[in-house]
Design a binder for this molecule. Structure first.
Ligand code: XUL
Ligand code: CO
Length: 736
């Protein structure tokens, strides 16, 4: 037994030394070194210790019979299938168990005759757990060596998967030499039990079987390598799980081959073909299978991405064509400026080309025909082509992106940056003379490294990583001719103040932004730096809560002159304001730089990022924009997504057309209100008491309290006029 067991574990070039000396002597010499063992990665201290223990106990009669029968008392056990034995054989069933918290193990077994009659049972305390519980069977069998014994158990299988897999034949020899036929993996592979009943086993391993087994292993490994390379998102645990199944499967096949059955060989060949086809399929597709006619010879997309969609034109308010503008007439002049210059629309790459419709409760719902399910560079480039066809058909000259939307993450920052460069080079080419990014930004919230924030992370390494990422994103935005650069601090905030040094985090954020300003100047980027306030989501509290909070932050750290604000309507409503409020807060402080055009749902408390369709809201937004003299170099970025249930490619166009028409209508209405003047007049009148000499003094800061007290004494109780809110609302509504 020891001979054969050690054959499995001792390196072949050490075997002669090993067999020359008594086992115990050799053990003493080699106990502390794993260099001698073949499969040392399998936790040999465990196996080794167990074998030592086994050998030791072999000498001192290990089996302690607890109950002895006369060979007639059968003890049926539920769920255990009895497989008849050949006449004259005894069968040993054994198993082990281990107490995980204290780490002790014990094992037991029962021996029955070929009629199922119970002969003897034993139970043993093993001490340290080990994988070779079934080797005990062999020891027991030795004691009854005049008998033919069939041993059954599953620890050998376990041991095999841990590292014995290279030597099933050796184990088989162990068993055969001891007149025992082991039913490796008895529980899992019933088929094998049958085929392993007293069999004629060959003298040597079947070379053909072993070669095929290894081919099988190799093909599977290759497949996983290819899959791993293709789907960087495939989680490690999934891979491990798949490897586990692979081992079980390959174990099964190898065991079938042990029988050298023709059926087994044919099955293995078939499975190998299957694996080869898997490898072929795992090569990153560059064209989806269901639209084969779109794929050129090199797998690149051919023809249009949106074949049914024409260039979107202005058809006027009476048009019923969903693929036409009814209110947005790019070249039409409103209040002295072309509509396209007031509105400066932009498509958000992330929602339009990376939005999947997934939500925290549900899987993706959108499968755009050009997507092949990978996050490869080839796919990123194809998406970029789709983006530019989309922009051209829509007649929109601007787009916004995060670095990670447009190119896949690599294993290192260098690799990630070079992926980005590759995709950006294509974007630059596709932009031509006309199209430019309205703004670019760095994605500092998706990756787990940013879980505590980026510039406000408690980890210095993360702060540095974020800095490196922003540096690159600024360079790329500059290279593409971007007009602005956005900082949205999705994770710059906290979940609880109990573990947060708020003062320190805010200081860090300010240092980070100062460094961004310095770098912008260094590379000669003249675009505006924008901060996009949002009160919460994903964190409970975000430092750039709303326009006013952000203003205060900029003022405190002396950054006012360096930044403007990118007001997102849905963020403003999340902070308890109207979009109009935050726009006005930014505007009157000279900081209205850009608008992320979207809207929330009044019944829903989170950032639903819907396309704006409320004409009233759009009109108020445009009132601010007109008062601001426009937004340039900022504009309107559609930070808005299709609803999860909208799944047609055409919906992408309809959503943007609808959002653009809504804002165009808002612009027309706001212009009407301004040209009409009644609302302006209502407001002017409301404050007219200040259009007096004293009012002028107050506004110039020249009226002190004593002077005002004197006036009150003179005037008595002041007259207070109506606010005329309903009239204001009436005037407003009449313009819609
Ligand atoms: C998230 C959000 C972002 C920023 C850019 O609510 O608005 O898409 O606009 O990171
Ligand atoms: Co936004």
């Amino acid at each position: 037994m020891a001979y054969a067991t050690w054959l499995c574990v001792v390196k072949s070039d050490r075997l002669s030394v090993f067999f020359e000396q008594p086992l115990l002597v050799w053990l003493k010499k080699n106990l502390s070194s794993t260099a001698t063992y073949d499969a040392w990665s399998c936790g040999w201290s465990l196996v080794f210790g167990s074998i030592v223990r086994l050998v030791e106990s072999y000498n001192s009669a290990i089996a302690t019979p607890l109950v002895a029968g006369n060979g007639t008392t059968a003890r049926p056990r539920q769920g255990v299938r009895w497989v008849p034995l050949a006449a004259g054989f005894y069968k040993l069933n054994s198993d082990g168990s281990r107490c995980t918290n204290i780490g002790y193990a014990s094992c037991g077994g029962v021996i029955r005759n070929d009629m199922g009659g119970w002969i003897i049972c034993y139970i043993r305390f093993i001490g340290a757990p080990h994988v070779l519980v079934e080797v005990d069977n062999i020891v027991v069998a030795k004691m009854l060596s005049d008998r033919h014994i069939v041993s059954e158990g599953n620890s050998l299988e376990y041991g095999w998967f841990l590292g014995f897999y290279h030597s099933p034949c050796v184990i088989r020899e162990v068993l055969r030499n001891d007149m025992i036929i082991g039913t490796v993996a008895a529980r899992t592979h019933k088929g094998y039990i049958k085929s392993c009943q007293p069999l004629e086993l060959g003298e040597n391993c079947d070379l053909f079987a072993v070669c095929l087994c290894w081919l099988w292993v190799l093909l599977f490994c290759l497949r996983f390598l290819v899959l791993g390379a293709c789907f960087s998102s495939l989680s490690l645990s999934l891979l491990i799980q798949r490897f586990y199944f692979f081992f079980i499967k390959s174990g099964l096949v190898c065991m079938m081959l042990e029988n050298r059955s023709m059926a087994g060989r044919i099955l293995l060949l078939l499975l190998s073909v299957n694996v080869i086809s898997f490898i072929a399929n795992a090569v990153p597709e560059t064209c989806p299978a269901d639209l084969g006619e779109k794929c050129g010879e090199d797998g690149e997309w051919e023809g249009e991405f949106f074949p049914g969609v024409p260039k979107i034109k202005y058809e006027g308010p009476s048009s019923k064509n969903p693929l036409a503008y009814k209110w947005y007439n790019a070249e039409e002049v409103i209040l002295g400026k072309k509509m396209k210059d007031w509105l400066r629309f932009s498509v958000a790459f992330w929602h339009t080309f990376r939005g999947t419709g997934a939500d925290p409760f549900g899987a993706p719902t959108k499968y755009w025909p050009w997507e092949d399910g990978t996050n490869s560079i080839a796919m990123a480039k194809r998406r970029m082509r789709a983006n530019f066809e989309f922009l051209n058909k829509l007649g929109v000259d601007r787009w916004c992106f995060h670095d990670r939307d447009i190119a896949p993450d690599g294993k290192t920052l260098q690799e990630t940056n070079s992926n980005l460069d590759e995709v950006v080079a294509l974007a630059k080419e596709l932009q031509g003379d006309k199209i430019r990014p309205l703004w670019g930004t760095a994605q500092l919230f998706l990756h787990p490294r940013y879980m505590h924030g980026a510039a406000t992370s408690s980890e210095l390494g993360v702060y540095a990583f974020a800095a490196a990422q922003v540096k690159k994103a600024m360079e790329v935005t500059h290279y593409l001719g971007g007009e602005n650069y956005v900082f949205w601090g999705g994770r710059e905030g906290y979940q609880t103040l109990l573990n947060t040094d708020m003062e320190r985090e805010l200081d860090h954020l300010a240092r980070f932004l100062e460094a961004a300003v310095a770098y912008k100047k260094k590379i000669g980027f003249n675009g505006t730096l924008l901060i996009e306030p949002k009160p919460q989501e994903p964190t409970k509290h975000q430092y750039d809560w709303d326009a006013a909070t952000t203003l205060n932050f900029l003022r405190k750290y002396g950054l006012l002159g360096e930044f403007k604000l990118n007001i997102e309507c849905n963020h403003a409503t999340l902070s308890g304001h109207s979009c109009h409020h935050d726009l006005e807060t930014a505007r009157i402080n000279g900081l209205l730089g850009n608008i992320d055009a979207n809207t929330g749902d009044p019944q829903v408390g989170w950032d639903t990022d819907q396309f704006m369709t409320d004409i009233g809201e759009a009109t108020m937004v445009m009132l601010s924009v007109i008062k601001n003299g426009g937004l340039a170099p900022g504009g309107f970025n559609f930070d808005a997504k299709l609803r999860r249930e909208s799944t047609d490619v055409e919906d992408l166009f309809i959503a943007h057309i609808s959002g653009m028409d809504t804002l165009a209508r808002g612009l027309r209405n706001a212009a009407k209100l301004i040209e009409d003047g009644s609302l302006t007049e209502l407001v002017r009148k409301r404050y007219s008491s200040f259009d007096t000499e004293l009012g002028g003094q107050i506004e110039a800061g020249k009226a002190d309290f004593e002077m005002l007290e004197k006036k009150v004494m003179e005037w008595g109780e002041p007259k207070v006029a109506s606010a005329k809110q309903e009239l204001a609302e009436m005037i407003f509504q009449s313009a819609l």
